[in-house]
Design a protein around this ligand. Structure first.
Ligand SMILES: CCCCCCCCCCC/C=C/C(=O)SCCNC(=O)CCNC(=O)[C@H](O)C(C)(C)COP(=O)(O)OP(=O)(O)OC[C@H]1O[C@@H](n2cnc3c(N)ncnc32)[C@H](O)[C@@H]1OP(=O)(O)O
Length: 261
């Protein structure tokens, strides 16, 4: 039986779907997870009754740990290529969605987890000091590709992105609010109610006007990836299969395990 990585609950009375990521222990984004996520987004996009999506997590304390490192370590170039296509597809479906997308960030959200959040239209994060969010790729010895970087620039601006990406910064909730990485903080118990109430404000705007505006803002980056999608895959495969990069990933995974023990 196929495993489910996300639960989708559609409320037909409001036209809002809630996608709950549910892949313990850390909602890491595996090839299967990403494939299922993209299919779910596609289905909601095709559903004329669905106007908005709230993205959140069922896993305690974690929104998403980002890309599943085990999908990039010790794998064949073919596997790495398939994985990267799935990462691209997830981003294209989320960043390019015509629906209103709100991230209810109820836990830590490094790297690919942060990319998911900043690909949404609005972000509300639980105000808990131990949670963090950011594109920390350089800390793993890897490089956030241009479309991660440009998504971040569109969210927090050029200078803050440069600072943030070079240092691989992870922000706690008040810091994330200050830099503009999230739009609002909320207590754990009120997070979903607040997300629904923000959604109502966005739903009050006529869809066609909001959708054209959103597309105007995001299309240049999306088109840039679409134009060079296969080159981006080959670039990733060449980079990630390098001995030095594989060594960095191995050391990072060992560090994660040691931290635990
Ligand atoms: C020249 C230019 C070319 C450019 C080409 C492209 C370059 C490549 C770009 C790639 C972009 C990458 C994006 C990513 O998303 S990489 C992933 C980054 N993620 C992280 O750094 C997060 C790591 N995890 C953590 O910090 C913590 O686990 C977390 C805060 C999320 C939770 O902490 P907690 O203490 O609750 O849990 P544990 O650390 O004990 O973890 C539990 C188990 O889960 C495993 N784990 C954690 N994260 C991941 C992950 N991302 N992938 C796979 N597995 C993960 C962890 O090892 C534990 O496993 P065990 O139980 O087996 O020990």
């Amino acid at each position: 039986q196929r495993r489910m990585f996300t639960n989708v609950e559609m409320d037909n009375s409001t036209g809002v779907a809630v996608i709950k990521m549910n892949s313990p222990p850390v909602n890491s984004l595996s090839l299967e997870f990403l494939t299922e996520f993209a299919i779910n987004m596609e289905k909601l996009e095709m559903d004329r009754g669905c106007r908005g999506v709230i993205l959140t997590s069922s896993v305690p304390r974690i929104f998403s740990a980002g890309l599943d490192i085990t999908e990039m370590y010790g794998k064949t170039p073919e596997h790495c290529g398939a994985f990267w296509r799935a990462v691209q597809e997830m981003w294209l479906k989320l960043y390019g969605s015509s629906m209103i997308t709100i991230a209810a960030i109820n836990g830590s959200s490094p790297a690919g987890g942060c990319l998911m959040a900043i690909s949404c239209d609005y972000r509300i994060m639980t105000d808990y000091p131990k949670y963090s969010i950011g594109l920390n790729e350089t800390k793993l010895g890897i490089v956030a590709p241009f479309w991660f970087k440009d998504t971040m620039i569109n969210c927090i601006g050029n200078r803050a992105t440069e600072h943030s990406l070079q240092l691989g910064l992870q922000y706690n909730p008040p810091e994330a609010l200050k830099v503009g990485l999230v739009d609002q903080l909320e207590t754990e118990d009120k997070l979903m109610t607040t997300a629904s109430s923000v959604m109502s404000q966005w739903l009050a705007i006529p869809d066609h006007a909001r959708q054209i505006t959103k597309s105007m803002m995001r299309k240049p980056i999306i088109d840039q990836l679409l134009r060079q999608r296969e080159a981006d895959v080959q670039n990733f495969v060449k980079f990630i299969t390098k001995d030095s990069i594989q060594k960095s990933l191995q050391m990072y995974m060992e560090m994660l395990k040691q931290k635990k023990g």
